[in-house]
Design a protein around this ligand. Structure first.
Ligand SMILES: NC(=O)c1ccc[n+]([C@@H]2O[C@H](COP(=O)([O-])OP(=O)(O)OC[C@H]3O[C@@H](n4cnc5c(N)ncnc54)[C@H](OP(=O)(O)O)[C@@H]3O)[C@@H](O)[C@H]2O)c1
Length: 253
């Protein structure tokens, strides 16, 4: 039985790339996304055609009991979840205060924080029994600084960062490696950034930035996630910042 890498939020950007990379390195990739069955099937097919193991789930992670049931099901029927990638984003566009509904604000908190809390509460006790586990949490520049059009996103991602620190404080000493990974720039992610910008603008962005490596490659992010997982416990990274070579990092901008 192979160990499992469970990716919550496995679109064709960071999520599926991380799952595929772990599958290439001996893991059974369990990919979860919310609405696009066809794209999920494509990601699973690609992994299987390379001779590796993958299972796909179309689930809304923040619906009642869904993530708890999913974790139980995978642990019973597929294998022990050794690596968890919490990749759900809470971005809903650039909106000033008057344009941000309180429902949207609440949704961002649910997806950025409550979903992560519920995942941790279901999975960390199992990892703790095994004294082994890696919790990789994707984050964003908004976790580090607020902005005039980021009310719901920045407050939710800032909270996610604090939750990661709290989990780390309680569980690092129990053998669970928790990493908060700040993606500080735009990613070649058709299902998130691509959707937000629309096909025309996204394709132009890819043309303008992609060839000079200014659009962050999700495959390169996946390699970094794998390296974090491999780290020796005497030298664990809890937080890191990923940006392209010409981008100004959040603290310089
Ligand atoms: N893309 C960027 O430029 C960028 C920049 C900075 C930070 N980030 C961070 O990167 C992470 C996302 O990575 P990505 O942008 O490369 O996206 P991705 O991995 O390509 O896709 C994420 C997927 O999450 C799924 N999802 C959303 N809500 C869900 C829910 N409630 N339950 C289950 N699945 C759900 C969506 O599935 P469906 O499409 O099927 O609905 C979406 O395709 C986020 O944490 C975000 O904050 C991204």
């Amino acid at each position: 039985m192979k160990p499992v890498c469970l990716v919550l939020g496995a679109g064709r950007g960071i999520g599926a790339n991380v799952g595929t990379y772990f599958a290439d390195h001996g893991y059974h990739a369990c990919l979860v996304r919310r609405s696009n069955q066809e794209a999920l099937n494509e990601s699973i097919d690609l992994i299987q055609k390379a001779g590796n193991l993958a299972t796909g789930y179309l689930i809304n992670v923040i619906e009642d009991d869904s993530v708890e049931d999913l974790i139980e099901n995978i642990e019973q029927n597929i294998g022990p979840i050794e690596v968890l990638v919490y990749n759900l984003g809470a971005q809903s566009g650039m909106k000033l205060l008057a344009e941000t509904s309180y429902k949207e604000f609440e949704w961002a908190w649910r997806i950025a924080n409550l979903g992560l809390f519920r995942t941790a509460q279901s999975l960390i006790p199992l990892m703790q029994q095994r004294e082994k586990g890696t919790f990789l949490v994707t984050s964003a520049t908004a976790a580090m600084r607020g902005n005039k059009n980021q009310h719901s996103h920045a407050s939710a991602m800032g909270g996610r960062r604090m939750l990661c620190q709290s989990l780390n404080a309680e569980f690092a000493s129990k053998g669970i490696h928790i990493a908060h990974i700040i993606i500080d720039g735009m990613v070649d992610a058709p299902d998130t950034l691509g959707k937000m910008l629309g096909d025309k603008e996204f394709n132009k962005l890819k043309e303008d930035l992609g060839s000079s490596d200014l659009l962050i490659s999700p495959l390169e992010i996946a390699k970094t996630y794998y390296q974090i997982h491999l780290q020796h416990r005497s030298a664990w990274t809890h937080e890191l910042n990923i940006s392209s070579y010409l981008d100004k990092q959040w603290w310089n901008d």
